[in-house]
Write a protein that binds this ligand. Structure first.
Ligand code: BTN
Length: 270
């Protein structure tokens, strides 16, 4: 079967992920093999982490139609949209610092969203992908001494209108572009983009790292904005001036001190 954009069913229910079509679409790539599909699972990241610890190959992909205990950054939960979301976890063995994986994964999702919807997304520091200020994708990277698990949650189809609290800050690709989107197409595009970026980083050298960091920086919608940073119960307000070479956020706080922020959640003040 070949894949065409927008081939998912219209309406509220969606067919299960067409794993054979996805496997065919990503043939020849380093990332996405073996492709392990489980109809329902607690967290694809947790499962992939266990597999990686047991020696699973680089490129192994775990995916599901219903992630019942999805995990987000900073201990948050990630809401499942059964059958209309992408929940992917990749086992990687990067030979480069993890912050480049943060940048590369956000860029890969960014590019796939552009390819599939024609819309103009943005990256909220460090790696949320948004459309018109509302989140469509979250990324959770978990590392160990000799591997990393890259977890990507992308809201593809359906609507969040039944969950007003979530709908205020998040959306789906379908909601944003006005038509259903093939999850297989967007997954294949995302994995293809990521494959190229990951290959360049694994090959080593400053040039690829600098290029990826510069592209990521150019897509950040956070820079130049007044923001509030949350780190657990601690909050800081200020202006997000720039990012450093490692992707740390340079935040000019209200006492005019330039703070380098390496983790946390940033919201643009309205
Ligand atoms: C965030 O925005 O806080 C990150 C959300 C990451 C969600 C994905 S879905 C696939 C993978 N499995 C998980 O449990 N989490 C990630």
């Amino acid at each position: 079967m070949s894949l065409t954009a927008g081939s998912s069913a219209e309406g509220g229910t969606y067919p299960p992920l067409d794993v054979a079509a996805l496997a065919e679409a990503i043939q020849g790539q380093r990332l996405g093999h073996p492709l392990l599909y489980v109809p329902a699972i607690g967290s694809t990241n947790t499962y992939a982490f266990e597999l990686a610890r047991d020696g699973a190959a680089e490129g192994t992909l775990v995916t599901t139609d219903d992630q019942t205990a999805g995990r987000g950054r900073i201990g948050r939960a990630w809401k499942s949209l059964p059958g209309s979301q992408l929940a992917l976890s990749l086992i990687l063995r990067p030979r480069f610092p993890p912050h480049f994986l943060v940048m590369a994964s956000a860029l890969a999702v960014f590019a796939a969203v552009v390819d599939v919807t024609g819309l103009e997304p943005g990256i909220k520091w460090p790696n949320d992908v948004q459309i018109a200020g509302r989140k469509v994708c979250g990324i959770l990277i978990e590392t160990s001494d000799d591997f990393a698990v890259l977890g990507i949650g992308l809201n593809v189809n359906g609507s969040l209108r039944d969950d007003p609290e979530l709908a205020a800050k998040a959306t789906t690709l379908a909601e944003a572009c006005g038509h259903a989107v093939s999850r297989e197409v967007v997954a294949a595009m995302l994995l293809g983009r990521l494959d190229a970026l990951y290959d360049a980083l694994q090959a080593g050298g400053d040039a690829a790292q600098r290029r990826i960091r510069d592209e990521w920086r150019a897509r950040l919608v956070t820079l130049g904005r007044r923001v509030t940073l949350r780190q657990d119960k601690h909050t800081v307000s200020g202006v997000a001036e720039d990012v450093n070479a490692d992707g740390g956020l340079l935040l000019r706080d209200d006492e005019d001190r330039l703070q380098t922020v390496t983790w946390g959640d940033v919201d643009v003040d309205v």
